[in-house]
Design a binder for this molecule. Structure first.
Ligand SMILES: *[C@@H]1O[C@H](CO)[C@@H](O)[C@H](O)[C@H]1NC(C)=O
Ligand SMILES: *[C@@H]1O[C@H](CO)[C@@H](O)[C@H](O)[C@H]1NC(C)=O
Ligand SMILES: *[C@@H]1O[C@H](CO)[C@@H](O)[C@H](O)[C@H]1NC(C)=O
Ligand SMILES: *[C@@H]1O[C@H](CO)[C@@H](O)[C@H](O)[C@H]1NC(C)=O
Ligand SMILES: *[C@@H]1O[C@H](CO)[C@@H](O)[C@H](O)[C@H]1NC(C)=O
Ligand SMILES: *[C@@H]1O[C@H](CO)[C@@H](O)[C@H](O)[C@H]1NC(C)=O
Ligand SMILES: *[C@@H]1O[C@H](CO)[C@@H](O)[C@H](O)[C@H]1NC(C)=O
Ligand SMILES: *[C@@H]1O[C@H](CO)[C@@H](O)[C@H](O)[C@H]1NC(C)=O
Ligand SMILES: *[C@@H]1O[C@H](CO)[C@@H](O)[C@H](O)[C@H]1NC(C)=O
Ligand SMILES: *[C@@H]1O[C@H](CO)[C@@H](O)[C@H](O)[C@H]1NC(C)=O
Length: 859
């Protein structure tokens, strides 16, 4: 009767008084028979400490309708009378004189009842846990915890036999296994989620009464009389965090089962776990004929094709319908192909519509079957094809799905435009739109160009400052990291008319220059370029987009008429060969520096091979192409150049380039096998050996018993005579023999005859740094001749093209300076002969690559 009093006082006293009195008056007291709540009197029944309250709240779907809900402080609903049943403003929730709790309509119709009439119920009470009890003086006869709707809160036991329902979805526990089961029940039943947690634990057990609960610490657990301890279903992401909050699990209207937590006073719970990780796997999420996909992170619903439209444009999840029904097709019907798409099937609702056929048959079987509306060829190795004959079809599209699906539509099938805009390949309307856009854009661009030209004409034409301004502009560009375009005259000026020659590489001479901002640069005058302007710029863009500490940086370029020049950062200490073999003061380059150069070079090549966007095989690793800055940091140069040079042009060939390149070429060059990143590894291995020994790898002398140095070095290594290999010029005290041995081992692994036996450059770095263990390398040259193996090993990895300097090596009439005859020299000459005959083929490959037929290798 106190509730009635409260209502009366509220009516008389107005809302302020009401707010003051209500908590007092509803203070956890038991509700006697005859008590009632209604949307009109805004009364509520609350738990002793006001943690939960039962009252009418506006329906989430329609504000003029109401649901009777138990809500947590703040407004999160945890139970509703009749699972979301709505009444109008004249409705009520009342405890009848017979002890039945009833939700009635304004018209007096009973919408929902607890069915406890005549069982002796005397009071109703809402507990601090959120449980609503109907009881007599000694026993509980009904409780809301045993009749859950869509939510299970802390302290509530959800057992098998109970259901959570929400929209067209149902959640339950399998009685025998305790599996968590999610079903779609919107016309037929489809189980789309059925998972046992910790199967090892429950494998052979038949459970008696599995129970799911949300523990106060955030663990969702499964208990059963036959289990000694609870099985963890999931840890909430905020597991273990304490505070005044409610934790609960809920079956949401989107068919997912989630764990939440909500702070007291907040009406926005935070998701802590969801059972179905991929929302698109929820059957029917996008309605009938809807296709679920992702726009980045959120699931979005679309129709299968332009032959469909949303049933309710305001609700993408409401499904799609055909613009023309199949039976009304003006002509034929056809099967429209949807790539990376599946019509969900777990297992198929109708198992008789499951076949083992290929994609084409999967399409045709559905086309000829009059009741079939769609089909899916799983293409996941199972060979399965599903025909969808049911009246509800749920689609799932993801780039990761191998499946191909077909949907039956009236001819012609009009595919969806690609997500993210762009012109659609079909559809006249969008085609016309595309034209309009193109014309507008063209107009705008040419307008802008005209404007700029006019401005230049007015202001700059006669201005003497124009040249200076352009140089400044160029410097700005340089600062931004993009390659700067220089004019030929600018470069002529900065190199004082190409006076100070730094060297002559395989691609042309290099000159020292000083830019307007006093940056010292190396200007490379490329020779033998017959490439078009556009392709040259593309190559320049590729080269300049590779930035690495151990790669020489391209600052800019010049492309004017015949002139093609590249501007690089200047390396104060020149190239490595001068230090190792030459008369540079670097004969005394100490071991720590040599080792750092070895690691740095390996890092630079690793970047070219593995880490930059377009992989680059260098094809010409040799000491001449390893430059040293003022701190003796190694910088690899000349990468990406081979592609720039016309292979038919022989002018740039010099004796030095022949000598420099010969010993570093991997054997596969001679055998017409694919050139891969592993060819660079071979060349690197030779350089590494030279760093240790200070000898050219192909040197032949009395000291090495008339053997090639690399062959002799391996023999000495085999004998354990490492000291004999180490460069005599090295100052003895700072040699780290552990590093030396490691470097030698890596080197011998790198120069293995079989490309597959060589490590990747990434591994080389790890081996050198000692991160990776090293096995003892086998002899580089296998017992059978390499050439005899060539037919067995065909294309492995990316095949590539030949470096021009390599081509020149074997087509040049100039023979290398011949050492005194010996068996080993014969061998070298034999190689040269093979090379000569192979050169034409290699050149073929080089030009093939230049034509862009091997898009993944830019050289
Ligand atoms: C209600 O709150 C008081 C004071 O905070 C506390 O002592 C009491 O145990 C609480 N009652 C229940 C049922 O939680
Ligand atoms: C509730 O009453 C309204 C009119 O008073 C009626 O339109 C509606 O159908 C009723 N709902 C139920 C479930 O009886
Ligand atoms: C309360 O209900 C229980 C179960 O129906 C019954 O056994 C018990 O006698 C009832 N107590 C009273 C006082 O009526
Ligand atoms: C839930 O189950 C546990 C263990 O079986 C039991 O102690 C507890 O009383 C149950 N809670 C409710 C509200 O029934
Ligand atoms: C739960 O749903 C199943 C069908 O899915 C039904 O047979 C069962 O009676 C339901 N249980 C409850 C307690 O409503
Ligand atoms: C229970 O789930 C596991 C996968 O977690 C599944 O292999 C098993 O078939 C399920 N059991 C039942 C009875 O559905
Ligand atoms: C399964 O439960 C057993 C026993 O509690 C436990 O040792 C094991 O680690 C659990 N396995 C998983 C995958 O949770
Ligand atoms: C589970 O059942 C299988 C076959 O029924 C049996 O071979 C195995 O030993 C059982 N494992 C346990 C742990 O009972
Ligand atoms: C993806 O869709 C959601 C819901 O429609 C929208 O809120 C979000 O902005 C979309 N994201 C992108 C990247 O388009
Ligand atoms: C219908 O399709 C069949 C098979 O593709 C074709 O042979 C036939 O000409 C089509 N008929 C019409 C009216 O388009």
């Amino acid at each position: 009767m106190r509730r009635k009093a409260a209502g009366d006082v509220a009516l008389v006293g107005g809302c302020c008084l009401l707010l003051l009195l209500l908590p007092l008056l509803s203070h956890g007291a038991d509700m006697p028979l005859g008590s009632s709540l209604s949307p009109a009197n805004q009364a509520l029944w609350s738990s002793p400490n006001n943690t939960f309250s039962l009252s009418f709240t506006a329906s989430p779907t329609s504000p003029s309708l109401f649901v009777a809900a138990i809500t947590y402080a703040g407004g999160v609903p945890v139970w509703t009378a009749g699972n979301g049943a709505t009444v109008d403003s004249g409705g009520a929730l009342r405890l009848s004189s017979s002890g039945d709790l009833q939700l009635v309509n304004g018209s007096g119709a009973v919408v929902w009842s607890s069915n406890t009439g005549g069982q002796g119920v005397t009071t109703a009470a809402l507990q601090e846990s959120g449980n609503l009890l109907l009881r007599n003086s000694s026993a509980t006869l009904w409780q809301s915890f045993e009749h859950p709707t869509d939510t299970v809160v802390m302290g509530q036991n959800f057992t098998s036999g109970m259901n959570l329902t929400s929209a067209s979805y149902q959640f339950s526990l399998d009685r025998n296994t305790g599996n968590l089961t999610l079903k779609w029940t919107g016309g037929g039943t489809v189980t789309y989620f059925n998972k046992g947690y910790n199967t090892t634990f429950t494998a052979n057990k038949t459970l008696s009464s599995p129970t799911l609960a949300m523990q106060t610490n955030g663990i969702v657990s499964l208990t059963d009389g036959s289990l000694t301890s609870p099985v963890v279903v999931a840890y909430s992401s905020n597991y273990g965090e304490s505070g005044d909050m409610l934790r609960f699990v809920r079956l949401d209207t989107d068919g997912n089962f989630r764990a939440y937590s909500a702070a007291r006073g907040s009406n926005a719970p935070t998701e802590q776990w969801s059972a179905v990780a991929d929302q698109c796997q929820v059957f029917g999420y996008c309605g009938n004929m809807g296709v679920c996909g992702y726009n980045g992170t959120s699931p979005v619903c679309r129709c299968p094709s332009e032959n469909f439209q949303l049933s309710n444009p305001a609700d993408p999840r409401g499904g799609c319908r055909r613009k023309i029904e199949l039976q009304n097709c003006p002509g034929n019907s056809t099967m429209l192909q949807l790539d990376n798409t599946q019509f969900l099937t777990y297992p198929p609702e109708i198992t008789t519509e499951q076949f083992f056929v290929g994609i084409t048959a999967c399409r045709l079987n559905c086309l000829s079957g009059s009741s079939c509306v769609a089909s899916t060829a799983l293409s996941d190795g199972s060979g399965l094809c599903f025909l969808k004959v049911s009246n509800f079809v749920s689609g799932y599209q993801s780039a990761a799905l191998p499946s191909t699906s077909f949907v039956k539509v009236c001819f012609p099938g009009i595919p969806n435009p690609p997500l993210g805009g762009g012109g659609s390949p079909s559809g006249r309307a969008s085609g016309v739109r595309g034209w309009v856009v193109a014309v507008v854009v063209l107009g705008a661009v040419s307008g802008l160009v005209l404007c700029e030209w006019a401005l230049w004409w007015v202001f700059c034409r006669h201005s003497p400052k124009y040249g200076a301004a352009s140089a400044q502009y160029a410097l700005l560009e340089y600062a931004s990291g993009a390659p700067v375009q220089f004019s030929y005259r600018e470069l002529q000026r900065s190199t004082k008319g190409f006076k100070e020659k730094l060297g002559a590489g395989g691609f042309g001479a290099v000159y020292r220059g000083v830019l307007a901002n006093r940056t010292v640069v190396a200007v490379k005058q490329l020779e033998g370029i017959e490439q078009g302007e556009k392709q040259f710029r593309m190559e320049v863009a590729t080269i300049s987009s590779t930035h690495h500490l151990n790669l020489v940086r391209l600052i800019g370029f010049c492309s004017e008429g015949r002139h093609r020049l590249l501007v690089y950062e200047f390396m104060k200490n020149g190239s490595l060969d001068a230090f190792l073999f030459g008369d540079a003061p670097g004969g005394r380059m100490p071991w720590p520096t040599r080792f750092a150069v070895a690691v740095g070079t390996a890092r630079g090549i690793t970047y070219l091979h593995e880490e930059c966007r377009d992989c680059i095989v260098h094809c010409d690793i040799k000491p001449e192409n390893i430059l040293l800055d003022e701190h003796h940091n190694a910088k690899v140069s000349d990468f990406g150049l081979a592609k720039l040079v016309n292979p038919k042009d022989h002018r740039h060939r010099t004796l030095t380039s022949v000598r420099g390149t010969r010993g570093y070429l991997a054997p596969e060059w001679l055998a017409n096998l694919p050139i891969t990143a592993k060819s660079d590894v071979y060349s690197y291995g030779m350089v590494l050996l030279e760093l240790v020994s200070g000898h050219r790898n192909f040197d032949v002398s009395e000291e090495t018993g008339r053997k090639k140095y690399s062959v002799w070095a391996y023999e000495e290594y085999e004998k354990g005579n490492i000291a004999a290999i180490v460069d005599k010029k090295l100052p003895g005290e700072d040699i780290d023999m552990v590093q030396v041995e490691r470097a030698l081992q890596v080197s011998f692994w790198c120069i293995q005859e079989q490309p597959a036996q060589r490590p990747s450059m990434g591994k080389v770095v790890q081996m050198l740094e000692g991160i990776m263990d090293l096995e003892r390398p086998p002899p580089p040259k296998s017992s059978d001749s390499f050439l005899s193996l060539t037919s067995a090993t065909t294309a492995t990895g990316v095949s590539g093209s030949g470096s021009t300097s390599m081509v020149s090596t074997f087509t040049s009439s100039a023979a290398p300076p011949a050492p005194t005859p010996s068996p080993n020299v014969d061998e070298v000459q034999q190689e040269m002969a093979v090379g000569r005959s192979a050169s034409a083929r290699i050149r073929d490959r080089a030009s093939r690559s230049l034509l862009g037929q091997e898009p993944y290798m830019t050289m």
